[in-house]
Write a protein that binds this ligand. Structure first.
Ligand code: GUN
Length: 296
């Protein structure tokens, strides 16, 4: 049976390190601050936003939030972003996506001061990641890399197959896995293949991966025949499927865990794998941003 890559444990280790860093910054009069903007009432987004606020409190990070109705106009939303851009107590601004229909996501992302863009969604920051000179690293891809590094999984020269090409996960993760180094930090230096809905022979391509990363948002999409014996399997998916329980649903990944786990050398579970890492790396970026602002 595969080694389970415990993202919850890694997330807690990262948060432990951050508690110390926040305390040191506060002692110098620099408390890190994160602003969270939520528009509308998407249930999953509400859960994520609540969890981000609670984690800030736990680490001693100042948290401000704007919970806005779905009827908010583009101009009103941009005004909220402008207010946090100008707020010296705030070092990170996160606008929870997706936005309700009718609002222009790209314009909102572009409005966030790149020096406070702790999601790393602004084109300036996305470009910096691609050329290996990042200001921030995007939270979910960085969480994946932290799990891989902290479990001492060899990446150099390995064939990494990323299934999914989203702007939030697939594309930046592919860039990060191929990068040799980030300034003085080691990159992963892997050989990367990115697959998507038009990829021919998808099962064969996946089965050639030393490290298979699923980020497509389709429940149980990766089946055992798509996994090489001994591969490392990272499941970024969080999918709600109907279930006969109190909630009426349960969360499953993009990987058919029960079938794949016996074949893999190590695997992330869902929940408790990549999920908890996203918040940890968001807090990491907020603390980093506070340090960068304090230096100015
Ligand atoms: N929606 C899903 N994931 C994310 C994320 O990491 N950040 C933001 N802002 N919205 C999201």
């Amino acid at each position: 049976m595969a080694q389970i890559l415990d993202g919850k444990k890694v997330s807690e280790a990262v948060q432990q390190e951050l508690v110390q860093e926040v305390a040191a910054l506060v002692a110098q009069g620099n408390r890190p601050g994160l602003a969270v903007v939520l528009v509308g009432d998407d249930p999953a987004s509400k859960v994520y936003v609540g969890s981000k606020q609670r984690t800030c409190e736990k680490l001693g990070i100042l948290s401000k939030s704007s919970i806005l109705p779905a009827s908010t106009t583009q101009q009103e939303l941009l005004a909220v972003i402008d207010q946090y851009n100008a707020d010296p107590e705030i070092h990170g601004i996160l606008c929870q996506l997706p936005l309700p229909k009718g609002l222009n996501e790209a314009e909102v992302i572009n409005r966030i001061d790149p020096a406070k863009d702790v999601d790393c969604f602004h084109p300036d920051n996305v470009g910096r990641v691609l050329i290996g000179e990042p200001r921030f690293l995007p939270c979910t891809p960085h969480g994946v890399v932290q799990i891989i590094k902290r479990y001492n999984i060899e990446t150099e020269g390995k064939h990494v197959v990323v299934v999914g090409r989203s702007n939030i996960v697939g594309k930046p993760l592919a860039a990060m896995m191929m990068q040799k180094e980030y300034g003085s930090n080691m990159g992963c230096n892997s050989t990367v293949t990115v697959c998507h809905s038009a990829t021919k022979n998808l099962p064969e391509v996946c089965a050639s991966a030393d490290i298979l990363i699923a980020a497509i948002g389709k429940a149980n999409f990766i089946t055992a025949d798509m996994v090489k014996p001994g591969a490392v399997v990272i499941d970024v998916g969080i999918n709600r499927i109907d279930a006969n329980n109190e909630k009426g649903y349960k969360l499953v990944g993009d990987v058919d865990y029960d079938a794949v786990a016996p074949k893999a050398s190590s695997i992330t579970p869902v929940p408790g794998g990549v999920g908890p890492m996203t918040i940890a790396m968001l807090m990491y970026n907020t603390v980093m941003s506070c340090k960068l602002h304090a230096k100015k």
